[in-house]
Design a protein around this ligand. Structure first.
Ligand code: HEM
Length: 246
């Protein structure tokens, strides 16, 4: 047990754990996007999905706790390894400078990997606002008729559209490098498979980034105004109002 903890707290152990948690979060993104896409199918379909999810009184809290731990681990490890990498580069740079070697020749990270921490922090800021909207109900609370109406109302707001568009597109950039980098860290570096992983990573990042970004974009185009009012009208149509009409 202690040797496992020691292995995981080594530099490569932390990178490995970051890759595994990152890939698990990719799995969550696929499931989350698939559920959200039901908003395009119809308000009733989306509400049925949301109710089925919330009906899981035991599984849901377990999944949410696991998800929370994944996010915390991934973010903490990302910040720690970035700090360690910077410290290591500074030592290397000082050594190279003392030997009068061109410091830009080796070990400099490329643009994509340099962007991982800033893009990760932007996604984190988006996520905090997003949870404030949908989980905690502390940002833009409202008396919504249904889950679809709530999503429709929030996605129709200008503030949400700007924040969600930036957050989801930046998420795509984060995934673009993160996905293939995770496989490399796990040792999957092969002339035959690496190009395939890179291509798949690119397609994955584009689908997830644009898939999620489509919601604030459609909100801007007024797509969810209908969902919002439709479901509010449905609520007005209570059993009592239907009986009265008869
Ligand atoms: C932009 C389109 C998005 C929409 C419309 C959307 C919608 C929602 C909704 C309605 C919920 C509440 C689910 C519930 O009822 O429990 C939720 C939760 C959540 N969303 Fe999103 N989401 C979007 C993008 C994202 C992205 C890009 C991420 C990750 C980077 C994300 C991460 C989460 C997390 C972690 C939760 C809490 C899950 C839980 O604890 O149950 N969402 N989202």
């Amino acid at each position: 047990m202690t040797s496992l903890i020691r292995a995981l707290s080594s530099s490569i152990g932390k990178k490995l754990l970051m890759s595994v948690t990152g890939l698990a979060l990719c799995g969550f993104l696929v499931v989350h996007l698939s559920g959200n896409l039901l908003l395009y199918v119809g308000a009733a379909e989306y509400d049925a999905y949301a109710h089925a999810l919330h009906a899981q009184k035991i599984l849901l809290p377990i999944a949410e706790t696991g998800l929370f731990l994944l996010f915390i681990l991934h973010i903490a490890l990302g910040l720690i390894t970035a700090g360690e990498n910077r410290a290591a580069r500074e030592v290397k740079y000082d050594t190279q400078r003392s030997k009068v070697i061109d410091p830009s020749s080796k070990g400099a990270p490329n643009l994509a990997s340099k962007l991982m921490v800033p893009t990760g922090l932007i996604v984190l800021m988006f996520l905090l606002i997003h949870l404030g909207h949908f989980k905690l109900g502390i940002i833009s609370p409202g008396d919504d008729a249904s889950e679809a109406a709530k999503a429709g109302r929030i996605l129709s707001e200008g503030f949400t559209q700007v924040v969600y568009l930036i957050g989801t597109l930046v998420l795509g950039i984060h995934l673009f490098h993160g996905f293939q980098s995770a496989f490399q860290t796990m040792g999957l570096n092969h002339p035959k498979y690496t190009p395939l992983i890179k291509t798949f990573g690119f397609i994955f990042a584009v689908c997830i980034g644009l898939g999620f970004a489509s919601f604030p974009a459609m909100g801007y185009l007024g797509r969810f105004k209908e969902t919002e009012t439709q479901t509010t009208e449905n609520r007005a149509e209570t059993p009592t109002s239907i009986t009265q009409r008869k």
